[in-house]
Design a protein around this ligand. Structure first.
Ligand code: AQP
Length: 336
């Protein structure tokens, strides 16, 4: 029987702070579930992280922590390509070429660029504007057919598709045009605990707005106790009417695996105090084994360095093929 060629799938997370349960539910926890079905390529996106100010020592620490978290969440480096973005120079090299077919207007109207420029008004840099072109390079280098993206990244994926099509039209078939990959539990957009109209973000200035994957049990419970709900006391899933309560139900559902309807039944007639306590306990209990495994891995730096080296080499092998093709098409002289 002919062997089916697996499709390639690319995703990355920025080491721009402590990873939140939003990043985990919306992205990381799904990564290990995809590794048997697809050729998965996962990256720690440190080149993206410096588009907003980072402290060098913190960036290094967050990079290592994120790598350990990926592994502790079940990513198997022998099944996937797992690497740190800055260790594969092809990402920057392809970005330069793609920049020459990208129009400034396409980048200045991106929602994330507008939001982050407003938030970091003192540091509106070209990297922040060029972020989507770097993201396009990440995806196109690996000829990824699928990209699992949250609603927040859809606009960037559209630009990636446009650039792939534009390049292919101008220079001949070079890139696979990627599609978004809809995760089974794709409703899982986790909102801020302090303001449920905003998404939970690791770079939020208010530390009570997010729960990190490293928060200890007391911290997790304290943050959930302070979470914004609403003035009535009904525990019901209704994102428009009751965004705070619905967000907590989504989180409880994600960490316990119980259906939303079962979660509603479980808390029928109970008060917000009991509800928040139960959500906090469930999250802390689910985080404990991941935290223990992550700590074990962080204590074994030689192993982590080895995984990163092997990942960067594998990524480079794939990326180099695409980049060589691009360089040939645009007319760079190689001497061969
Ligand atoms: N609140 C969220 N709910 C569900 N999924 C989320 N993701 C992020 N926030 C939520 C998903 O996590 C992946 C990695 O995101 P990223 O680190 O590359 O950048 P981001 O989306 O900008 O995440 P943050 O936490 O908001 O980072 P900062 O604060 O640095 O900008 C993506 O798949 C994303 O959809």
């Amino acid at each position: 029987m002919e062997e089916q060629v697996k499709k390639s799938l690319f995703s990355a997370v920025q080491p721009s702070g402590s990873v939140t349960i939003g990043n985990y539910i919306g992205a990381i926890r799904n990564f290990s579930k995809l590794q048997d079905e697809y050729n998965c390529i996962y990256a720690v996106a440190d080149l993206h992280a410096i588009t907003v100010p980072q402290e060098a020592a913190a960036l290094r620490k967050n990079t290592l922590e994120l790598m350990a978290l990926f592994l502790a969440s079940g990513i198997d480096p022998n099944k996937c390509v797992l690497f740190v973005q800055s260790q594969v120079p092809a990402h920057c090299e392809l970005t330069w070429v793609l920049n020459t077919i990208t129009y400034p207007g396409e980048l200045s109207r991106m929602t994330q660029f507008k939001d982050k420029s407003a938030k970091h008004a003192e540091n509106v840099n070209m990297g922040l504007m060029d972020y989507p072109v770097l993201m396009a390079s990440d995806i196109l280098l690996y000829q990824a057919a699928l990209v699992p993206v949250g609603a927040d990244q859809k606009q960037h994926l559209e630009l990636t598709r446009d650039l792939a099509i534009r390049f292919n039209n101008r220079y001949g078939q070079t890139f696979t045009v990627p599609d978004g990959y809809i995760l089974k539990d794709s409703g899982a957009k986790i909102m801020s605990l302090a303001d449920p109209s905003k998404k939970m973000s690791k770079s939020d200035d208010n530390a009570n707005a997010f729960v990190t994957m490293s928060d200890d049990k007391d911290t997790v419970i304290r943050k959930f106790k302070r979470a914004i709900t609403d003035s009535d006391s009904e525990i019901r899933y209704a994102p428009e009417e009751k965004p705070g309560v619905s967000n907590l139900l989504t989180i409880y559902h994600a960490f316990t695996g119980k259906s939303i309807a079962d979660c509603e039944k479980e808390f029928a007639g109970k008060g917000y105090g009991d509800f928040k306590m139960a959500v906090g306990e469930a999250v802390a209990d689910a985080l404990a084994p991941i935290q223990a495994e992550k700590a074990r891995l962080l204590a074994d730096k030689a192993y982590l360095n080895g995984v990163m080296k092997q990942g960067a080499e594998s990524a480079f092998r794939i990326a180099r093929k695409t980049l060589s093709k691009v360089y040939r098409k645009v007319g760079f002289y190689s001497g061969d």
